[in-house]
Design a protein around this ligand. Structure first.
Ligand SMILES: *Cc1c(COP(=O)(O)O)cnc(C)c1O
Length: 386
């Protein structure tokens, strides 16, 4: 029997293990120097001014919505093709989620539909948008920024799939996902299936000092010791809880793992490109397989390699019987019972529902071997050509 092949998995090497063990033997298990170092290196990697490391990306999303001031009743436009956390962060703050359909080829929030949604309501109806660089395909945030500026909206970029991705803006400049130039806050996850693994872990990046301060403040209970903002000062020990915050901190040994993983992020990205190209090559001329969209002016980070096929359930079951754990990303959020309770219905968003009926994520991770990929390709072809 061959070893089952998952759709994604972490890669941990000796350097990673050494980094974690060294931190375990140091004076700090949490709130030590590794967190700051991880934040600085990650900010540099994505090209942002500030980065705030937290215990997972869901917390980072919640902090982002909190820092941007989402309040009960605030309406926010969200893509339905994402993991639940991208929308839930708005609900945590009491905000209302309005889903906007996706583009049939990129699977990103459709800017035409976004415009329609905005034009069909009085100005001021919506406060912001949450978009996702789905599968690793980066949004053209310059274009989104223009639309959002017209309507006074903020942008949360959920870039959990896209560390290292970029698009080229109208000045011909490379804009990396999470660099803070167009989005207000960007979010990354370090869950083991993502590009960089820390076990659980997440990051928020921004270029705005005020937002940076708030992200840090709410990460640690809303407590401050900063003398310049205290309402009084009883002495050296004195601190104040000025807002209702959380404990969303990451540990130092996780940050040490993150730094070590970040050191080889680029080689992981390169390997993902190779795998994507090999799948493209194998499936390009098969009529019943739709391969991911590629463009010259974007760099796709390929967290996922998603194909569409006529009989998705059939292919899913066939691959699983053969030890290939392909996955479906995602069940559209507006179809979740929880979001149906908020008034959403099947049929509301035809493009994303059609995508969901046909999509399948094939194994995509840097340590996938050539032999394993050949086997996946052969099994997919065997089913499709049956
Ligand atoms: C993984 C993921 C999250 C949540 O990340 P956690 O670190 O598990 O909380 C949020 N959004 C997207 C798009 C994701 O892929």
């Amino acid at each position: 029997m061959r070893k089952p092949i998952p759709y994604g998995r972490q890669s941990i090497n000796d350097d990673d293990i050494k980094a974690v063990v060294e931190t375990l033997k140091s004076d700090y298990l949490t709130q030590g120097p590794k967190i700051k170092e991880f934040e600085e290196k990650f900010a540099e990697y994505v090209g942002a001014e500030y980065a705030v490391a937290v215990n997972n990306a869901t917390s980072a999303l919640h902090l982002a919505a909190t820092a941007l001031g989402v309040k009960p009743g605030d309406k926010v436009i969200v893509t339905p093709m994402t993991f639940a956390a991208s929308a839930n962060c708005i609900r945590y703050c009491g905000g209302e989620v309005k889903f906007c359909d996706i583009d049939a080829d990129t699977y990103l929030m459709d800017t035409k539909q976004l415009r329609k949604t905005l034009e069909s309501s009085p100005k001021g109806t919506y406060k912001g948008i949450v978009v996702v660089d789905f599968a690793g395909y980066p949004h053209n945030l310059e274009e989104l920024r223009k639309i959002c500026d017209e309507y006074g909206l903020w942008i949360i970029e959920d870039a959990c799939h896209a560390p290292g991705a970029w698009f080229i803006d109208s000045n011909g400049e490379i804009q990396k996902s999470g660099n803070g130039k167009y989005a207000d806050i960007s979010i990354f996850s370090f869950h083991p299936v993502k590009h960089i693994a820390t076990g659980e872990g997440g990051m928020a990046t921004t270029n705005q000092p005020e937002l940076y301060k708030k992200l840090c403040h709410f990460r640690t209970h809303g407590i401050t010791k900063d003398p310049s903002v205290l309402t009084k000062n009883d002495g050296g020990w004195y601190y104040e809880m000025q807002d209702l915050g959380y404990n969303y901190r990451i540990t130092d040994f996780q940050a040490a793992l993150g730094i070590s993983q970040l050191n080889r992020a680029d080689s992981g990205l390169k390997r993902r490109q190779e795998i994507a190209e090999k799948y493209d090559e194998a499936f390009r001329n098969i009529r019943d397989i739709k391969i991911p969209r590629r463009e010259k002016d974007i760099f796709h980070a390929f967290h996922l390699y998603v194909i569409q096929v006529p009989d998705r359930k059939g292919l899913y079951d066939f691959l699983h019987e053969n030890g290939i754990y392909a996955q479906v990303h995602y069940v559209p959020l507006h179809l979740m019972p929880y979001y149906q309770e908020q008034g959403n219905r099947p049929g509301d968003l035809p493009v994303v529902e059609d995508y969901y009926a046909h999509c399948l994520s094939l194994p995509m991770f840097p340590t996938l071997t050539d032999e394993e990929q050949d086997y996946v390709i052969a099994k997919v072809k065997e089913f499709i050509e049956k």
